[in-house]
Design a protein around this ligand. Sequence first.
Ligand code: DNO
Length: 410
Amino acid sequence: MRESWRWFGPNDPVSLSDIRQAGATDIVSALHSIPTGETWPLETIRAHQRLIEDTPPGLSPLRWSVVESIPVHEDIKLGRPDRQRYIDCWIRSMENLAECGITTICYNFMPVIDWTRTELNLQLPSGAYALRFDQKKFAAFDLFILCRENAQQDYSAVEVAESQALFKAMSDEEKTELTRTIIKGLPGRMTDAYGIDDFRAMLANYQGMTHTLLRDNLVAFLSQVLPRAEALGMKLAIHPDDPPRDMLGLPRIVCTADDLDTLFDRLPSPANGITLCVGTYGSRPDNDLPDMARRFGPRIHFSHLRGVSRDPDEQRSFVEASHLDSDIDMVAVIRELLAEESRRRAATKGDANTEQIAIRPDHGHRMLDDINKQVNPGYSGIGRLKGLAEIRGVIRALTAIHHEVSPEIE
Ligand code: DNO
């Protein structure tokens, strides 16, 4: 397994030196300054790569091996007539990355909003802080702040009453904070940050959009991207919709194992793969993560490892728990990823490039010195360091057991 770490670029409060000290070897990064829909120029990619890969003497090298993400322009998701120009730019960016030897691209196809939370600083019993998604708060935003037309249809009478009570009890600051958290977006989002009016306008663009139409638009995009990706040896890793279900009246189509089956039935290209984001898929109870890791093993081009604990009485609400102690059996997931690597090793007779799956500790708690520092929500240094260290321990232990049980495999 390749231990990777997301780096937002030179302004990231967690530096490349911090990442190197954490023991990660691979960097997950993007050119965040390039507007959505524009081609990533070769020279800009090279300059970013040099920042990452030019290693001071005596220190361990880092390698930019995964792009997260090249944003997909809304016109592609909407299937608008001028999407071709944006698809062409996306393909050109991919070609430029290939030229620099960066061969894995994580991307998503979420309309309007990228990953979404309602609270960025929930204090845990340990005293550290976590991210949370609270379904009632989200409903309060949808129904009483955004006042989305026909939103009531998406909620039961009890839900409407409960979220109204919650809304009434919120201070103006809390309402502003909730709105900011949802519509301005979180670090690494691949959609624009909006004011509330723009946000309403963006949602209005999707009126009449169905799951089938959105899926067709994804297929139309990938039908052009995948042949080129295959020719270049690029691997595409679609990230699931987070949280994995329809929101704000928008269809979301990468949420379950069935969604993935549909995608691969339509586009079986080996370049068509997934980011196994354990925390995202695990935030719904009907996704069995070890089973998904096994079933989609050959399609896993990248993985985000993170735990979630769903509220016992409201399975759509969750807290980002610690990496190993959550509703997800992380050890079982890692065991499946290691088994997949063994199969790849056997199939490729030991080609180091094809066998290894890049994993990254996804999100971390804000704890210790990071409590008083400026951090990107979810992307603190120390919380992720703890997550990576725990995951590394699991990998080492499982690998050692595996060698004891079947030494002939290596
Ligand atoms: C959140 C991330 C997302 C992800 C994009 C992938 O922490 O998992 O921002 O990078 O949705 O395209």
